[in-house]
Design a binder for this molecule. Sequence first.
Ligand code: BTN
Length: 254
Amino acid sequence: LREDFVSGWPGEIVRMNRVASTQEEAKKLAEIGAPEGTTVMAEEQTGGRGRMGRKWHSPHGKGIWMSLVLRPELPLALTPQLTLLAGVAVCTAIREVTGVPAGIKWPNDLLAGGRKICGILLESSLREGGLHYCIAGIGIAANLTEADYPEELKGIGTSLLIEGGGIPVDRTRLAEAVLEELEYLYALYQERGFQPVKELWESMSVTLGRQVSVNTPQGRTEATAVGLDDNGGLLVRSGTGGITSVLSGEVEMI
Ligand code: BTN
């Protein structure tokens, strides 16, 4: 990221070169009282983390690896809404800045050309039974080439550079745009609730209308993704027409 990085984002932006994970850095700051909006960005992560204990490949200078401290007044059950909000913000910024037609795969992956270009990891910390703070981690594969991907990620991960026909992305501009979108959507969310975010998410989703595989206590079944419920869960319609809501981790796109 350029030295002259500026942003209207109200939080302080802490720029680091190499860290294990920006999630841990943001968490340390949150623990010592960093205000909402405090953002950690790094050029490289040596221990980048994804959902479900997976690793997040974060080579030097090739992506946007950042974590934000959020302090929403929200019941814990509604925090998945923030993941969806972050997905909408990043998807909008990517489309605007790069023209790459990114779409959102529920709950929080951004895809382009059928492969992943961005992942979002929302981690919540609790205090006295309630939400203390959240760390929203955003990883955008901006300028990775096919050669930057290790063997096991080839075919799974892509980048804005690859999907944009080889044109490198100005990471500074993109990071600014992501923060601007986040600020706007977060304010909208606090003012008007989840509905406007939900409508935007549905319009950017690549999951709705598709067949998904749902993991239930009775085993795996197939269903059609039809919408979002008010908590941010995915509504699916089974072959017999019944509509149920499923949580992250229980469903996969097929
Ligand atoms: C996923 O798709 O599984 C989520 C990936 C989240 C990656 C970002 S990069 C910045 C932040 N720091 C991390 O260690 N992870 C998140």
